[in-house]
Design a binder for this molecule. Structure first.
Ligand SMILES: Cc1cc2nc3c(=O)[nH]c(=O)nc-3n(C[C@H](O)[C@H](O)[C@H](O)COP(=O)(O)OP(=O)(O)OC[C@H]3O[C@@H](n4cnc5c(N)ncnc54)[C@H](O)[C@@H]3O)c2cc1C
Ligand SMILES: Cc1cc2nc3c(=O)[nH]c(=O)nc-3n(C[C@H](O)[C@H](O)[C@H](O)COP(=O)(O)O)c2cc1C
Length: 773
């Protein structure tokens, strides 16, 4: 085959090498605009996994690269006058020049033709090529030429960065955060050769503009950075390695995804590779890894299908399909890390104490968890746990450390023994709204199960406020008395506290219990529905009436009466349900609120009625007992609320006296498209907590102690609500405590004889599995 790689970066060179090794008869050229030793940037970081992969394909290149590697374990963070260090993180770095030189030498040795100082204008310049690899980097000319086919989706990220280097010696991956009068700057610093380190300086667009960095050239920018980071530079200077860049040299990172990676130009098949096809932010350091792995996979497909002109279409199809999945995975992890740095200044640097700031930084991609940190640096993690537990009010102790999720939490007059909540969950088992023995046993068992707080299901403020005929209510005294029995049981027999969640189903009411059809209208005995506007939940569902002011008064009074009954029943905390498309949520979301009066339109108008209810309840709810508000922080639908809107709602509820925001999402719009993933709702709790300055509850897909510990320790939320795992196991909290070896966890006295056996069995199972518990 005749193969031309346009671009002699890692992707083009490595693909040339591997294809020549696969079949030396292939005629391969790599055409590069720069001279052999001309390259931008300084060092790149790699993981061990990438090296293992490379070794399988070309041990010679892998060995040479490995010999040139610099390995280091430590991460150091500087902020607000503190310098903190942790170990066990394992990185390798190599100079970009060195890497390219190794690849160039190997390519030449194998007989790949390297053509330097040649600018390629078009893929049509190589009519004899069977395959053209467009490895021409992030600004790929070839991709632009076939934009209609490749459908590049480029999102310019908001931050600015400049890629510099220094000869100051660094023995740790160092992050240095500096505050200026216009905002925070951070330096990402890592060694790649003895006496040479990459030094990337990053800031927000606002700080970049406010400092006039858009108006000065590269040299003046270097002077600015040298002054700002003078403490860490210790007299060493910064240098640029991108003289070809004009203007300020501060770049914005383009997040790139392509709809398609291949095209046939009439003569040759053209395929995108490396940065030309996708980008991954430097916060996770995976751009070079992706480029090299692209080259490996395309070669692998030629190996599988045979390498000839005829097999090219099948090879390219398989390459694109497989690589897309891996690239998406890395881009997701990169997105979390990248976003962390984008908001670090505004969200964390001023708010979090240095210790917690560092923990948040280390776990920024949400892929490194609490236990993962323990494996990397046990002493550091235990030190952090000790710090966190003292901040939570526990006495200093050198013997046992309390994991973050098991530290106490206090808000107004409410003291919780730990940070785990049994999330509100409807069980649809009431008659006429009266909780019965099922509720007593169900909630009672969960209160005995170790969680610091349990919530009732959404408890309805009137018969018409119910979702189904099986929902609980607090619209009469019989219901109040029945709830008091449950509250008394919880207070009398467990260490848990109990909260009531008050709500009104709005347009999602008058439906069957879920096991007879989720969200489906009752076949008979329906009741009339009210909502912000006449927008049914399901297309064939019952259409609600837009609320009149008189109806709004009635519903507000019903909420107040229910809140008084909840206080009388002895509930410790009250949650107002403003999420999931129910009545108050229908006011908040622009998808369901189409009103033209003062209750519709902008955020303040949409929040007006839910806030009116909140204030009315707060006025009758005892002063020393807290109130939380559950929000759908993302509608996951075009035109709906986003986390930025949720932030504003949280701010308004805080001003009205809310103590906690319970950060859920979705269920507002039937045709929504949630992006599920690891702890996918936790970023909402994080954003609201750290930008609004209010305590938050994280909820959704939190199913292990490790998740909860990571969330609480990083300050992404103050409390974690766990729903389905608590349906599967009423003692989920006790069991997770045992699983992570927290022997000081108090079990109900009646069950103490089981505790030791349970812990011993876990230990035995862990030993048998050969692992550490
Ligand atoms: C600040 C920063 C830090 C980074 N840090 C890391 C890191 O730590 N780890 C990591 O793995 N990655 C890192 N990267 C990303 C990494 O540099 C790229 O992802 C990687 O180089 C992609 O390789 P590539 O071969 O696809 O493209 P490139 O390396 O960009 O190579 C493309 C080549 O094509 C040439 N070219 C372009 N157009 C033409 C043309 N028309 N004719 C001829 N030649 C042409 C260019 O001169 C260039 O040599 C970082 C990137 C940035 C911006
Ligand atoms: C059976 C069931 C009933 C639920 N009922 C309610 C409810 O009454 N009020 C509410 O706010 N959320 C309710 N939810 C949502 C949960 O509180 C929680 O937000 C959701 O299940 C995600 O958490 P998880 O991943 O831990 O299950 C319910 C969830 C389930 C599974």
């Amino acid at each position: 085959m005749r193969i031309v790689c346009i671009g002699g970066g890692p992707a083009g060179l490595y693909f040339g090498i591997l294809m020549k090794m696969l079949d030396p008869a292939h005629r391969i050229s790599v055409v590069e605009r720069n001279r052999p030793y001309d390259t931008f940037g300084f060092g790149v970081v790699f993981s061990d996994a990438t090296m293992d992969n490379m070794r399988k394909w070309d041990p010679v290149t892998a060995d040479t690269i490995e010999q040139a590697f610099n390995h280091w374990d430590d991460i150091e963070v500087l902020i607000k006058g503190r310098r903190m260090r942790t170990s066990g993180h394992g990185f390798v770095g190599i100079g970009r020049k060195k890497l390219l030189n190794i690849l160039q030498a190997r390519a030449e040795q194998l007989g790949v033709e390297l053509v330097f100082e040649t600018e390629v204008d078009s893929d049509l310049d190589f009519p004899d090529a069977d395959l053209i690899v467009a490895a021409d980097g992030v600004n790929s000319r070839i991709r632009t030429k076939y934009a209609d086919t490749f459908r590049p989706d480029i999102l310019m990220r908001p931050n600015r960065y400049i890629w510099l280097g220094t000869d100051r010696r660094f023995d740790a991956f160092t992050f240095d955060f500096r505050k200026t009068e216009h905002g925070w700057f951070q330096a990402h610093i890592y060694k790649f050769e003895d006496g040479a380190a990459t030094f990337i300086v990053e800031t927000t667009e606002e700080a970049f503009l406010a400092h006039g960095l858009d108006k000065i050239d590269q040299d003046d920018s270097i002077v600015f950075c040298e002054k700002l980071f003078s403490e860490i530079l210790e007299g060493h200077s910064l240098v640029a390695n991108a003289r070809h860049l004009r203007g300020s040299a501060w770049l914005s990172f383009p997040r790139l995804i392509c709809g398609k990676w291949t095209v046939f130009n009439g003569n040759s098949h053209v395929v995108l590779m490396g940065d030309a096809a996708h980008t991954a932010h430097f916060a996770i350091g995976s751009g070079t890894k992706l480029a090299l792995e692209d080259a490996i996979e395309l070669t692998n497909q030629f190996k599988q299908h045979g390498s000839s002109r005829e097999t090219i279409p099948a090879v390219l199809a398989a390459y694109e399909e497989l690589r897309r999945v891996d690239v998406a995975r890395i881009q997701n992890a990169a997105r979390n890390a990248m976003e962390w740095f984008e908001v670090a200044g505004a969200r964390y640097a001023d708010t979090l104490e240095p210790e917690q700031f560092m923990y948040s930084l280390l776990t920024r991609s949400q892929r490194i968890s609490h236990e993962n940190l323990r494996l990397r640096d046990k002493a550091w993690l235990e030190g952090y746990e000790r710090w966190f537990s003292q901040r939570s009010g526990l006495p200093a102790s050198n013997d046992s450390v309390t994991p973050p999720m098991f530290t106490p939490f206090r808000i107004r007059g409410l003291s919780l023994s730990n940070r785990i909540i049994v999330s509100p969950m409807a069980v649809y088992s009431a008659e006429e709204g009266v909780p019965n023995d099922f509720h007593l046993v169900h909630l009672g068992a969960r209160a005995l199960g170790g969680a610091g707080l349990i919530f009732t299901e959404m408890t309805c403020v009137s018969a018409e406020a119910r979702i189904t005929p099986g929902c609980c209510g607090l619209w009469n005294d019989e219901q109040g008395t029945a709830f008091k029995r449950i509250v008394d049981f919880v207070h009398g027999n467990t260490s848990a506290k109990i909260g009531a969640q008050l709500g009104h189903a709005g347009r999602k009411g008058s439906t069957r219990v879920p096991w007879e059809g989720i969200d489906e209208a009752l076949p008979a005995h329906n009741w009339p529905l009210v909502s912000a506007s006449a927008v049914p939940y399901l297309a064939d569902g019952q259409t609600p009436e837009p609320m009149t002011r008189a109806e709004m008064d009635l519903v507000r009074d019903a909420f107040v009466a229910a809140a008084k009954r909840a206080a009388k029943a002895g509930f410790d905390i009250l949650e107002l349900h403003c999420a999931h498309g129910y009545l108050l949520s229908s006011f908040l979301s622009p998808l369901t609120n189409r009103r033209a009066d003062e209750y519709g339109g902008g955020i303040e108008n949409r929040a007006r009625y839910p806030l009116e209810i909140f204030r009315a309840i707060r006025a009758v709810w005892p002063e020393d007992r807290p109130m939380s508000v559950r929000l759908s922080c993302h509608d996951w639908a075009e035109g709906g609320n986003t986390p930025d809107d949720a932030l504003e709602f949280a701010r308004l509820f805080k001003q009205a006296g809310a103590d906690l925001i319970d950060c859920s999402s979705g269920q507002v719009w039937a045709d929504d498209h949630p992006v599920y993933g690891r702890l996918y709702q936790t970023p909402f709790a994080d954003k609201i907590r750290n930008e609004v300055g209010i305590a938050t509850i994280a909820v959704g897909a939190i199913s292990e102690a490790d998740h909860a510990n990571s969330i609480i320790a990083a300050g992404r939320a103050d409390l974690c609500a766990i729903a389905r795992p608590h349906l599967a196991d009423s003692a989920w909290t006790l069991h997770e405590a045992a699983r992570i070896g927290m022997k000081s966890m108090a079990w109900p006295k009646q069950y103490i004889s089981a505790k030791q056996q349970y812990e011993a069995n876990l230990e035995r199972a862990a030993a048998a599995a050969g692992g550490v518990k």
